[in-house]
Write a protein that binds this ligand. Structure first.
Ligand code: GDP
Length: 484
């Protein structure tokens, strides 16, 4: 992705398909000049003279001159208007720099949302001197022009992809710079320390203690703690963003499929395919009180959960390992079987809910049984439900949500690190600081400490893009769709 920043770029910004409105966006130094060749404002004004951030009614035209003759004209644009052919009519808006998404001059055309109209307009713009944008190029420019830092640019993508209210809120916090300011504050404090340590190296002979080793250790340890805390928010962040993995396990016929279907009936959030990305798959996500939940495909368990059958146990264990939370289903209308005990054994020590299903039927489970009753050996809550009537499902949702996210996350307090790239940078920062502590406590030369501090600050800088490489940028922006 080596698109030059001097180019003026254009792309269809709305999803491909038929829609009431479709938007084509142009950005770059020559955006207004190029756009002016394909519009004729109904008011007769020139595009150069219009007010910024104001919509104008216009004819959108294919410039025959620049297209190199009528041959290049799309058939449908044959209606002639002097040396121009009308593609569509619509609204056009100029956003002068730096008050635009990219911080460059931007022109947007709001046309009818047909693919041919939008493609023809793009062709007309290219014929007039623009270049088609690469995936994510608008957002990349916003970053390169200092409008957004890297974490904020990534939040744009998270906003587009958000599947639940909670995920959207996290993305918006990040877009507004919540994460960035936290990271930058830590980074600045590391750079201050580094400056002191480097000064101590430079003036070593003068025996001035620029930083007391004790003070240095205190600050380093505090920073390590803070990084650990931020990393801990990652699990919840991932859950809110990508969905918690929930496994429904239990012996055959307890009602696992019925429960899954009952939840899907009421809570199905989205069935989506994300074209143009590596995640081009169908995903089924439940919205459990604002938390996205992905039900693990444990269909294979259905007929194999026989405790004496190794394959059944193996599959259950693998599902349990992958899951954030386990729903262990028991048929409440029957007394506990050896298989049920085996299931209860498997979930020990794992975040789980025991679901006593079929409560529309008389209960046959002995609730004084130490396996499930008072004083039971595990601390998973038990919820009595009926997959058939829907009774108890609400309590089940509450319990599930409680196991997945802390209540204070709901209040939206604090920064949450949701992004794997950010987490990996935090891990490397922490490692470097642990190393620095080691060097200080072993009274190694200041040079070693300085090296570690530099590595820590650089790793942290990757999050906001203060320190970055083409490779990192390429990886991030290639995830975007064209037009963003
Ligand atoms: P699985 O093998 O664990 O997936 O169980 P199924 O979902 O296939 O259910 C097994 C049987 O129990 C089916 O005949 C369901 O109709 C029935 N069943 C499931 N949930 C309930 C419930 O809440 N109440 C009653 N009465 N029957 C249920």
């Amino acid at each position: 992705m080596g698109g030059a920043l001097e180019d003026t770029i254009c792309a269809i910004a709305t999803p491909v398909g038929e829609g009431g409105i479709g938007i084509v966006r142009v950005s770059g130094a020559r955006a207004i000049g190029i756009a002016s060749q394909v519009v004729r404002l109904r008011s007769g004004r020139s595009l150069q003279s219009v007010k910024s951030h104001t919509l104008y009614y216009a004819d959108i035209l294919f410039p025959r001159r620049v297209a190199g003759g009528a041959d290049r004209l799309p058939a449908h644009a044959a209606r002639s208007g002097g040396d121009l052919s009308i593609i569509d009519e619509g609204l056009v808006v100029v956003m002068r720099r730096p008050r635009s998404f990219t911080a460059e001059d931007v022109v947007e055309f709001h046309c009818h949302g047909g693919l041919l109209v939008l493609q023809t307009l793009c062709e007309a713009l290219v014929a007039s001197g623009a270049r088609l944008a690469e995936p994510g190029e608008f957002t990349k420019r916003a970053f390169l022009n200092g409008r957004l830092d890297l974490a904020q640019a990534e939040a744009v993508l998270d906003t587009i992809r958000a599947k639940t209210a909670a995920g959207l809120k996290l993305a918006q916090d990040q877009l507004r710079g919540g994460l960035s300011s936290e990271i930058e504050a830590i980074r600045e404090s590391l750079i201050r320390l580094l400056a002191h340590v480097e000064a101590a190296i430079d003036f070593a002979e003068e025996e001035i203690a620029f930083v007391q080793r004790d003070e240095l250790l205190v600050t380093l340890r505090q920073t390590i703690d803070r990084l650990s805390y931020l990393l801990e928010t990652g699990r919840e962040g991932r859950i809110l963003r990508e969905g918690a993995k929930v496994a429904i396990i239990g012996r055959p016929n307890v009602g696992k499929s019925s429960l899954m279907n009952a939840l899907l009936r009421t809570d199905r959030a989205i069935v989506t395919s994300i074209p143009g990305t590596t995640r081009d798959v169908l995903e089924e996500i439940l919205n459990v009180k604002g938390v996205p939940v992905r039900l693990l495909d444990t269909a294979g368990l259905r007929d194999t959960l026989d405790p004496v059958e190794q394959e059944g146990i193996r599959r259950t264990r693998s599902a349990i390992e992958r899951a954030d939370v386990i729903l262990a289903v028991i048929d409440g209308s029957q007394s506990l079987s050896a298989e049920d005990y085996a299931v209860l054994q498997e979930i020990r020590g794992k975040p789980s809910v025991v679901v006593l299903n079929k409560n529309d039927l008389p209960c046959s489970v002995d609730l004084t049984d130490p396996a499930v009753g008072e004083g039971r050996a595990f601390d998973a809550p038990i919820v009595s439900v009926s997959a058939k009537t829907g009774a108890g499902l609400n309590e089940l949702r509450e319990r599930l949500r409680g196991l997945l996210v802390r209540p204070d996350l709901e209040a939206g307090e604090g920064v949450v690190v949701t992004n794997l790239r950010h987490q990996s940078a935090l891990v490397r920062t922490r490692e470097a600081l642990v190393h620095a502590v080691d060097s200080v406590t072993k009274a190694l030369s200041d040079e070693f400490v300085a090296l570690d501090l530099r590595a820590a600050a650089d790793a942290l800088g990757e999050i906001t893009g203060a320190v970055t490489t083409d490779e990192i940028l390429e990886r991030i922006f290639s995830e975007f769709c064209i037009g963003k």
